[in-house]
Design a protein around this ligand. Structure first.
Ligand SMILES: Cc1cc2nc3c(=O)[nH]c(=O)nc-3n(C[C@H](O)[C@H](O)[C@H](O)COP(=O)(O)O)c2cc1C
Length: 174
């Protein structure tokens, strides 16, 4: 399966989690994927819509990888959605993306148990990610179980644990 991994991190040079996932995915020769650093491609937010649609056309699965920012994604990812998912390509009579798979890969600062109705954030990740699930449903994409890395700053997510998480990520990308 051809996979397009789009990494939306505003400062990948200072990232620990997303940089590790990205590097691990890029160095997995058995995977048929292209990994793209979207903020490096579009630092001024001027997205090349035709190019994005061409890349997506060539993929069976789209992966949106990003750090959770204010219960959502960094701004460039929203811009990508608003511009690239256009009428006539993403939806409407001549839509072309239906049938592809879509996966979110999200890192959070919050620990896993803080994301529940009883927890600090008063909502589960499945609730907070609902707009993406509904969007993919609307577009006729298949929403895969999100890959979530919680507790970005937790002491137990040391280098060994992060390497194991990156390995799990690669397994999900197969
Ligand atoms: C602007 C901003 C907003 C954030 N909002 C959230 C949030 O809503 N929930 C959360 O759990 N973590 C939040 N965080 C923490 C990030 O998710 C965390 O720094 C990131 O996942 C770590 O990944 P990285 O090492 O790739 O940067 C936020 C961080 C920043 C800078």
């Amino acid at each position: 399966m051809k996979t397009s991994v789009m990494v939306f991190h505003p400062n990948i040079a200072r990232s620990r989690i997303n940089a590790a996932l990205m590097e691990r995915a890029q160095n997995e020769p058995e995977l048929d994927l292209v990994v793209r650093d979207m903020y490096a491609l579009y630092p001024d937010f001027h997205i090349n819509v035709e190019e994005e649609q061409r890349v997506a056309d060539g993929a069976d699965r789209l992966v949106f990888q990003f750090p959770f920012y204010w219960y959502s994604a960094p701004a460039l990812m929203k811009q990508w959605e608003d511009e690239v998912l256009s009428s006539g390509w993403a939806y409407g009579p001549d839509a072309r993306i239906a049938g592809k798979r879509m996966m979110l890969a999200v890192s959070t600062g919050g620990l896993k148990d803080t994301y529940s109705v009883e927890g600090k954030h008063h909502a589960a990740m499945s609730e907070l990610l609902l707009p993406y699930r509904i969007m993919t449903q609307y577009l006729g994409l298949e929403f895969e179980e999100p890959f979530i890395v919680h507790g970005a700053y937790a002491p137990d997510l040391d280098d060994g644990a992060l390497a194991a998480v990156a390995q799990e990520y690669v397994a999900r990308l197969h």
